[in-house]
Design a protein around this ligand. Sequence first.
Ligand SMILES: [Zn+2]
Ligand SMILES: [Zn+2]
Length: 272
Amino acid sequence: MKIYDTHIHSKNSLDAKSTVDEICQSAILKGVCGITITDHIESYGVGSDAYEFGNSDVLIPQSFKEIAAAQAKYVNKLQIFKGIEFGQPCLSKQTANHVASYGETDFVLASVHADINGNEYYYIDFSKTDYSQVLEGYFAQVLTTAQNAEFDSLAHLTYPLRYIFRDTGVRVDALKSNGVAIARILHTLAIRGKALEVNTSELFRDYGTFLPDEEIVRLFYRLGGKYVTLGSDSHVFGTIGQGFEAAAACLQKAGFGSYVYYANHNPVSVAL
Ligand SMILES: [Zn+2]
Ligand SMILES: [Zn+2]
């Protein structure tokens, strides 16, 4: 299969390690066809530190500059697309408007990393927290995002599950506990012609599954979902394209014949 990895962070996300150039060289060595760099822009609720992931006014223009240089340097060797991962796009209209001022992109991933008060799920100790309440809030915010935000693909649906597992060892069956909300999210994506991301980052870690899992991917297809993107969510260049063969098998089982990447916000189909 041809590999187009549409969720990769460069050093211009403060939690990532590789330069855009290192990422490109690694992708070319691996025979990857295309990559989309998606550095973080986060908006938080009132009173929170908006610079948790660094000052995007500095980092995103730098990311875009490095992407443009790489596009020129690796022309005919690798397709390189300009993206962002926009965290909590519905929490601040101001940030959403501001993001547009960074200039044109090919691809916007919408994510929910934090609750509506700006508390990141990563930092919550789920051994001391009622996770069912947290999950309810999470899926409500994702639904609002699916309904209202401007984006191309919804990143790592069920994101808090990996932290619940980290802190409690419990594997929550989200379709059982939050099935109605999940079905509404997937149906909304289908109706709006938005993509669902299958995120492979947990596949080789303790949690060991896609985000979202296979059952949710199957439900997306049954509810009319048309577009799926594949993202390794790489924070170092070594994991680009990781788990994509397994993800392709998961998509085929669900009924999909292809996945997509985005050029200038238009989905481009890749056969499985
Ligand atoms: Zn994310
Ligand atoms: Zn990410």
